[in-house]
Ligand binder design. Structure first.
Ligand code: NDP
Length: 283
């Protein structure tokens, strides 16, 4: 039976670490602050933002919320992002996605200075990840890496298969694994014989959005399996991995819910604190 990678426990540990970092910053006279920008009032986005604001308040991280009208001109949003980017009291900027259709998403994101892009969404931070420079990776792949590293298994030379190649999850997860010297294969919807790739994998990352796509019989004995998938099936949240069959084969497996999700939330806090530390020469 696989060891369960307990995302809730890891999230709690990260929360404690973040709370200590907030105290240290405040002792140095820095009030760490995350500004959240929302366009429109989509209920799902509102719920997402409120949970993030609660996480910040929980560790004493200051927040400021800016809500623009759904029909606001793009220039109003870019001017706000420019102002927040230039404001030294602001350390992190979270722009809630997706934007209403009339916005040019890439053009808007370019107005967030990369040093405050704690969600890792700018092209500049994607470039930093690709070239191994200092920056911010998106929160979900960072969370995936945190879960994988929590097993304590050395990653150097291991075969890793990432299923999914989106810009926010699959591709950056592959880059982060590569940076740890894993041999990385990226699979996607046109991959032929997914099971053959998975059978060779010491590490499997699922970031697809297809419930139960990856089954125990496809896995290598003892593999580390991290499931980022979030799917609703019959009123229940399930991942991309068929948990019951996979836990009989894997060495380590993250559950859904209670795996990647809770850690992802804390990564946003950790990134904001890193931004505040970097801006103030605190390492
Ligand atoms: P996308 O829809 O952007 O990407 C899905 C990827 O899966 C694509 O690369 C697609 O391939 C690939 N894919 C689809 N079907 C198959 C298949 N049958 N076999 C192999 N590959 C397939 O999704 P995201 O990357 O945004 O999200 C992935 C999952 O992670 C979702 O369930 C999402 O809800 C969840 N998620 C979880 C987060 C968390 O914090 N836990 C945060 C963000 C997302 P192709 O490129 O060829 O189309």
């Amino acid at each position: 039976m696989a060891n369960i990678i307990d995302g809730k426990r890891l999230a709690l540990e990260l929360r404690e670490e973040c709370a200590k970092r907030v105290s240290r910053l405040k002792e140095s006279g820095v009030m760490p602050r995350l500004d959240v920008v929302m366009v429109g009032n989509d209920p799902a986005s509102e719920q997402y933002v409120n949970s993030r604001l609660k996480d910040c308040a929980d560790i004493g991280l200051l927040t400021e919320t800016h809500i623009l009208d759904e029909n606001a001109p793009e220039q109003e949003l870019t001017a706000l992002l420019d102002a927040l980017s230039a404001n030294s009291a602001v350390h992190g900027i979270l722009l809630q996605m997706p934007l209403p259709k009339h916005f040019d998403q890439d053009a808007v994101l370019a107005h967030i200075t990369p040093e405050k892009d704690v969600d890792g969404l700018t092209i500049s931070n994607a470039g930093a990840l690709f070239t191994g420079r200092e920056g911010f990776a998106p929160c979900t792949p960072s969370s995936i890496m945190h879960l994988i590293k929590s097993t304590g298994v050395p990653l150097k030379g291991k075969n890793a298969v990432v299923v999914g190649r989106s810009i926010v999850v699959g591709k950056p997860a592959a880059m982060l694994l590569l940076a740890e010297h894993a041999t990385v294969t990226i699979c996607h919807s046109r991959t032929v014989e997914l099971a053959q790739h998975l059978k060779q994998a010491d590490i499997v990352v699922a970031a697809v959005g297809v419930p139960g796509l990856i089954k125990g019989e496809m896995l290598k004995q003892g593999a580390i399996v991290v499931d980022a998938g979030i799917n609703r099936v019959n009123g229940k949240t399930v991942g991309d991995v068929e948990f019951d069959s996979a836990e009989n084969v894997a060495g380590y497996i993250s559950p859904v819910p209670g795996g990647v999700g809770p850690v992802t939330r804390k990564i946003l806090l950790a990134n904001t604190l890193t931004a505040a530390e970097r801006a103030n020469g605190i390492r």
